[in-house]
Ligand binder design. Structure first.
Ligand code: PEP
Ligand code: MN
Length: 429
């Protein structure tokens, strides 16, 4: 394999990346980004790697969650606090019930670039326009769909503000709301009494600093941006825009740009593994991405869809075993379960998400493998109606009440808490 550098991805085929019409403007943006201070520290990335190593051995469980597409307009204190509170509470529930320490990874402070199944979409009255690619690339408003490199700088400032606020809040904020898990919207559940008892028990325990610890992550899709935020630290290179970056299911082709970029950075990394992944392909992929066989380096995030794991996961587990490469398995219960509602809104069914996670837990157990975490798209906002089902019984008709997402539908606060309780109660000890 030829020598790696932060730029070596450039000569390879690339998918999903925006291209910049005005090269002079883009060059200026990247020169500036290359000089701005890193958002995270290499030592923090190494710590996350050690937590992921524990999760790979079954000594810890990871929860990764947040928006599908973070929005610049949501960079405000109430929203951010609510989002972090939910992820921390998901960790507290899992820890209380399973007895395992939990690691928390937020899809936050940089989740601004989206791969799309189609580059364009047809909008009534406007005809064919560019698809929304995330606030880093273009605007959601149909008139703002032109790709604009200046937005990458906007993304950096929003990431910095987000991270500054969340780190300060975790260290020195009023954590009373974090300890109050709200279950009033789950009254309809047959398990409401046990949820109440667990929430009360959690509220009575003092919060530890580890319970308030969180890490950041995003899909590193736009590689010129990621390259600009990649820094040499001693003899290694880290992407210091987030603790963990992942490769999406649409950009994981061997011998292409994303795999090349990721193989050389020292962060812990994730790869989405969807139903089109072949066993041999996975074997090659884990070998390229984790050649030194480091524990905690590589998280495989499976997202097959409810009812599909049985046909895929045992073969994938076997392929990874044969490769001899250690991985941390995570189950993304959402991305294989997209459906279009009768009113054309993109949604997911709560039950499909639960079905996939419970199937994946059982398969890992049966195959002598370890599920090290879950991955969900969630919002701390209680009033959001994007996913149907759950004890709140959100119906298709209710989706329009508060459908905010610019991309994929997210579990709202109560749905996320309910899903967490269900997983916690099914987790192997
Ligand atoms: C995502 O995590 O928002 C995403 C696009 O996932 P995937 O690459 O698994 O489709
Ligand atoms: Mn998504």
């Amino acid at each position: 394999m030829s020598e790696w550098s932060p730029q070596s991805w450039r000569s390879l085929p690339k998918y999903q990346m925006a291209e910049w019409e005005d090269e002079a403007v883009a060059d200026k943006v990247f020169a500036k980004l290359g000089k701005l201070p890193p958002l995270v520290q290499a030592k923090e990335c190494d710590r996350l790697k050690s937590l992921l190593a524990e999760a790979g051995r079954g000594e810890r469980f990871m929860v990764q969650g947040g928006d599908c597409a973070e929005r610049f307009l949501d960079c405000e204190s109430e929203r951010l606090e609510t989002q972090l509170k939910l992820i921390l509470q998901m960790g507290m529930i899992l820890e209380h019930i399973s007895g395992k320490p939990i690691g928390k990874i937020c899809r936050v402070a940089g989740q601004y670039g989206k791969p799309r199944s189609k580059p364009t979409e047809v909008v009534e009255g406007l005809g064919e326009i560019m698809s929304f690619k995330g606030d880093n690339i273009n605007g959601f408003d149909p008139k703002d769909r032109k790709w604009d490199p200046q937005r990458l700088l906007e993304g950096y400032w929003h990431s910095a503000a987000t991270l500054n606020f969340l780190r300060g809040y975790a260290a020195n904020g009023d954590h009373t709301p974090v300890q109050s898990i709200e279950i009033s919207d789950l009254k309809g559940s047959e398990h409401a009494a046990s949820y109440t008892a667990d929430a009360q028990a959690i509220a009575q325990k003092p919060l530890s600093s580890e319970q308030l610890e969180f890490f950041t992550s995003h899909e590193a899709m736009q590689l010129d941006l990621e390259e600009a935020l990649t820094r040499a630290v001693g003899s290694k290179y880290y992407n210091l825009s987030a603790h963990l970056v992942w490769i999406g299911d649409r950009t994981r082709q061997l011998d292409c740009a994303h795999i090349e970029y990721f193989r050389g950075i020292s962060n812990p990394i994730g790869v989405k593994v969807g139903p089109s992944m072949k066993n041999d392909e996975l074997k090659d992929l884990v070998t390229v991405l984790n050649p030194k066989k480091e524990e905690g380096r590589l998280m495989l995030i499976t997202r097959y869809g409810a009812g599909k794991a049985e046909a895929m996961l045992p073969g994938h587990i076997q392929a990874v075993k044969e490769s001899g490469v250690p991985v941390t398995w995570q189950c993304d219960g959402v991305h294989g379960n997209g459906v279009v509602a009768s009113n054309k809104l993109k949604t997911r069914c709560f039950d499909d998400i639960m079905t996939e996670i419970l199937e994946v837990i059982a398969i890992h157990q049966r195959c002598g493998s370890v599920l090290g975490g879950i991955h969900l798209e969630v919002t701390g906002q209680s009033s959001v109606t994007e996913v149907v089902g759950g004890s709140m019984n959100i119906t298709e008709d209710m989706l329009l009440q508060n459908y905010e997402t610019y991309c994929d539908p997210r579990l709202n606060y109560a749905q996320a808490i309910e899903a967490t309780f269900r997983v916690a109660n099914e987790m192997p000890s």
